[in-house]
Design a protein around this ligand. Structure first.
Ligand SMILES: Nc1ncnc2c1ncn2[C@@H]1O[C@H](COP(=O)(O)OP(=O)(O)OP(=O)(O)O)[C@@H](O)[C@H]1O
Length: 451
């Protein structure tokens, strides 16, 4: 844990050590100031002797004494005020709250020893060991790390999420543990669910896709997505919302829809602009994937085939992103014959491996995460992963490839966990953009598809 100290981490001091220097400074200033004031006061009687007779008649000495005492009082008051302000400034609120938590939860070991004081034996408590807590903050989060040194706090370190939340008054973003420490990042601003309606029409030249108040990502950095969720978890609402976001981009995204269960998404085939871009049958599905691969290869040939393209991406040529939305991926894999499944998987693999630079992306949706249906080499390329609805930890762990996280029970429609490469170090709870009951997806998509 010593390296933490070199990386902006501050250790919480318990018991708190008063700032002695500041205190000595206060005492010295008061003594010195009082001495100067007394000297001034002593010099005054000899001055007044020379004053006109009228002033001497109203007991000048008595007035000077009062003035002196007021001045002295004001002087001491100002110094104490200055001292308390400096003391408060030198302590962080976070450190104070964490020290208070250590105190109230008794996260320390103490022993009582007998010591001699003025010839008498008195009992004194000595703190032998204290839980080691470090913290640091940036604009968005406060990070708390609790050392796991093999002592009795090692177990406790991973159970403090709720206590930390209430001690800091902040919402826990995620939780992560390693052999050496437990890390708790807290959001300074509570994440808020956004309304889909609020992001429509906010088109800008960026390719940022907003998911919630605190979460967004840029498509060119995170091209491929995986969304997992059981029936009724909010998967369809999430993807329809994302489609609206993709179509609001400038240039507007070029979407291909694969819906083997012929559910809601397949209805997009009736929207102008989606003709031949929606597939429901296995042979159509392979045709669409083949077409997208061809489009990707053509982009490489046209834009990225000589050195002038070095370091460039599709954005430098103002090309629209091409996104394949593949719903019910595992159901498809199980329902078709092995040859077709292998062919489709091969196309998907090519897209995830080569698509980024050319702006060709894939979004895979499935009911249950399964290592067999979605091979690791494809899953590893999915920079955006979301698991919606109530799911057991085995399910979440399969999506996020980790088993160090404690997941809250998801009860909200459209709630779940998300992890975006470059944004999150571990999955965090989130809620998909809220969609009003009367929101008409088809009408909205028709509007966005108008040339
Ligand atoms: N983002 C959201 N905003 C508002 N309501 C939502 C949202 N997500 C889900 N819901 C509510 O939950 C219901 C189920 O969501 P949805 O149809 O998206 O689930 P699903 O996972 O696609 O299920 P299925 O696979 O059975 O279609 C919706 O009908 C809606 O009432």
């Amino acid at each position: 844990m010593s390296t933490l100290k070199n990386d902006g981490w501050r250790e919480v001091q318990y018991p708190k050590q008063a700032s002695r220097l500041l205190f000595y400074l206060l005492v010295c200033s008061i003594v010195l100031g009082t001495w100067i004031l007394i000297k001034i006061r002593e010099a005054i009687p000899s001055l007044v002797i020379n004053l006109p007779i009228i002033y001497r008649s109203i007991s000048f000495n008595w007035l000077m004494d009062i003035l002196f005492l007021v001045l002295l009082g004001y002087f001491i008051y100002s110094f104490i005020k200055f001292y308390t302000r400096q003391k408060a400034k030198s302590k962080s609120v976070i450190a104070n709250n964490l020290a208070y938590m250590i105190h109230s939860l008794k996260l320390f070991d103490e022993t009582v020893v007998e010591v001699e004081n003025d010839g008498e034996n008195v009992k004194e408590r000595i703190i032998e060991r204290v839980i080691q807590i470090f913290f640091k903050e940036d604009n968005e989060k406060v990070y708390v790390r609790i050392a796991r040194n093999g002592d009795r706090f090692t177990k406790e370190a991973i159970l403090l999420g709720e206590n930390l939340e209430s001690a800091l008054g902040l919402e826990l973003d995620t939780f992560n543990k390693t052999i050496n420490y437990a890390e708790y990042p807290f959001l300074k601003r509570k994440d808020e669910r956004i309304h889909l309606a609020s992001i429509i029409g906010n088109s800008s030249l960026s390719d940022e896709i907003r998911i919630s108040g605190n979460i967004s990502y840029e498509l060119h950095k995170v091209p491929h997505s995986l969304i997992v969720g059981g029936t009724g978890s909010g998967k369809s609402f999430f993807i329809l919302g994302k489609i609206v976001s993709y179509l609001s981009l400038t240039p507007r995204a070029d979407l291909y829809i694969i819906d083997p269960k012929k559910a809601d998404l397949s209805l997009l085939q009736f929207v102008a602009g989606f003709e031949n871009k929606v597939a429901t049958e296995p042979n159509q599905i392979c045709r669409i994937l083949r077409e997208v691969i061809e489009l990707m290869e053509n982009r490489y040939k046209e834009y990225f085939s000589d050195v002038s393209a070095f370091g460039k991406t599709y954005r430098d040529f103002n090309l629209p992103v091409v996104i394949v939305i593949f719903d019910e991926f595992s159901a498809f894999m199980h329902s078709v014959d092995k040859k077709i499944a292998k062919e489709a998987l091969d196309y998907v693999f090519q897209i995830v491996m080569k698509g980024r630079q050319a702006g060709v992306m894939i979004e895979i949706l499935m009911q249950r995460p399964s290592a067999d249906d979605l091979p690791t080499n494809i899953r590893a390329q999915m920079g955006f992963k979301a698991g919606l609805g109530a799911m057991d930890s085995i399910g979440y762990n399969m999506i996020f490839d980790t088993n160090n996280i404690e997941y809250k029970t998801v009860t909200e429609k459209g709630g779940g966990y998300i992890q975006i490469d470059g944004t999150h170090i571990a999955p965090v709870y989130f809620e998909t953009p809220f969609i009003e009951k009367d929101f008409d997806f088809i009408a909205e998509i028709q509007k966005l598809m108008k040339p």
